[in-house]
Ligand binder design. Structure first.
Ligand code: FAD
Length: 420
């Protein structure tokens, strides 16, 4: 049995996150939307000491006890840290999803290191986040010719045995926090590259590229529809050199009837990152829902839950539908995280909640703009911004279509080849 009750400790921490969301993120939401590529320094400066302390503690723990890879089922119950993280992401995204993405932490790069990295790699790479100035981590998988179909990745890595370094060549695009990680801090990016293009996914490996690595250039900063404060860049690797032990997982290529050792690392990362994206989507969704409900209430429009649906006005029915879709997507998200916290597989649920949350936030925020009339469309209110911010949740960490495909394959028992 999985309990959905939130422990008191997390509830208290959420109150603090709510304060940050209200007093900092919401206050600067419009400013950073209109000043793309400026950094949300108020939020970053507020969050860094908290993140630094957290990583200082977790690194010390790792140094004392040792730790393997992947989520662990602990003897004394579920891993509440994962649940806490997801609740925090929801709350901070309720404040402002773009600013939340600028949180100084290892982010997706950290998820990859945690999923498949060695203890030494975790201490070396994530330990940096427990000291000094703000830092960022990122993950670079997408390329001009490889988005949904990651088997097309062309960035390659070759081991130079003389210098004991990997030499990387290629281009990554749309990397969240890539500029912050490599140009503006002493951070790192986890880069997916092939060490054997003929092996397809089995040849794919991930590499830790740290700030200052020679041959790495942040080339372009994107102008975007939503989450405009979030840093999105392309990165060029021209004979970029990194130490041999910066590979995550084994350098061996194992071809076994379509099985893909290297790619398993990416999948393990997605099991954790997709629920996180879903939680962020749910934060925006709740923001739009609460605002719409409050504004309609001012006009005397409220849902009377005792009334049958056919006696409600169209607006009341819409509001009810927004609430229902939000609740369904949130429960799917919590379920996928609860499984993970209990050390159980959650791949199906991670894709389910990601697909549903992306679709839901897109629909709910559009409805909010629609129900609030012209004011919902103006820049005086944040509804139009939430609508723009929402759409990314349908795109990154696997589009809705790709996650739906994963769900279908899993339920119907089809392989990647049988259903694509
Ligand atoms: C703001 C932003 C931030 C991002 N951050 C990162 C990041 O940090 N790291 C990173 O690696 N990437 C990042 N991405 C890239 C993102 O993950 C990709 O855009 C996404 O995976 C889709 O790939 P694509 O753009 O190449 O689209 P394509 O794969 O070309 O897809 C185009 C359309 O076709 C659909 N489609 C594709 N294949 C199928 C299929 N088999 N069946 C049905 N429909 C299909 C897709 O769902 C989509 O609707 C980011 C993107 C954006 C916009």
């Amino acid at each position: 049995m999985i309990s959905f009750e939130i422990p008191e400790k997390i509830t208290n921490e959420l109150q603090m996150a709510k304060m940050v969301a209200e007093s900092i993120m919401r206050q600067y939401s419009r400013y950073y939307d209109e000043h793309e590529h400026e950094r949300p320094v108020e939020y970053i400066n507020m969050m860094w000491p908290i993140m630094r302390e957290q990583y200082k503690r977790s690194t010390a723990k790792l140094q004392e006890n040792g730790n393997g890879s992947g989520p662990k089922k602990k003897k004394d119950g579920p891993d509440m840290g994962i649940m806490r993280l997801i609740m925090m992401i929801e709350m901070l995204s309720w404040g402002d999803a773009g600013q939340y993405l600028c949180t100084p932490d290892p982010a997706l790069g950290g998820a990859a290191v945690n999923a498949v990295g060695t203890r030494e790699q975790k201490i070396r790479v994530l330990g940096k986040f427990g000291e000094g100035e703000p830092k960022w981590g990122a993950m670079a998988m997408t390329e001009p010719g490889a988005g949904s179909d990651t088997s097309n990745i062309r960035t390659n890595a070759v081991l130079d045995e003389e210098t004991n370094e990997w030499v990387l060549n290629g281009e990554k695009i749309f990397c969240t926090n890539g500029g912050l990680a490599l140009d503006e801090s002493n951070g790192f990016v986890v880069v997916w590259a092939t060490i054997d293009a003929s092996a397809g996914r089995a040849g794919m490996k991930s590499f830790i590229v740290e700030a200052g690595a020679p041959g790495v250039t942040v080339a372009k900063r994107e102008h975007k529809l939503g989450i405009r404060v979030s840093d999105t860049v392309s990165i060029i690797f021209e004979n970029a050199r990194i130490p041999a032990d910066n590979i995550l997982g084994s350098a061996e290529v194992v071809k076994r009837d379509g099985s893909t050792k290297g790619f398993k690392g990416a999948m393990a990362t997605f099991d954790a990152s997709r629920p996180a994206v879903a939680a962020s989507a749910m934060g925006i969704c709740r923001a739009a829902l609460e605002f719409t409900r409050a504004k309609l209430k001012e006009e005397g429009i409220e849902v009377d839950y005792t009334k049958p649906k056919n006696q409600m006005t169209a607006m009341e029915r819409d509001l009810l539908e927004m609430e229902a879709r939000h609740k369904a997507a949130w429960l799917l998200t919590v379920r996928s995280i609860a499984l993970m916290a209990h050390g159980k597989p959650n791949r199906l649920e991670a894709s389910m909640c990601k697909a549903r949350a992306g679709e839901t936030v897109t629909w709910v925020t559009q409805k909010a703009v629609e129900l609030l009339g012209p004011m919902g469309y103006t820049r005086e209110w944040l509804t139009e911004k939430w609508m723009r911010d929402a759409k990314i949740n349908d795109i990154y960490e696997g589009t809705k279509q790709i996650n739906t495909l994963i769900v279908a394959r899993s339920i119907l028992g089809y392989s990647r080849r049988e259903l694509k």
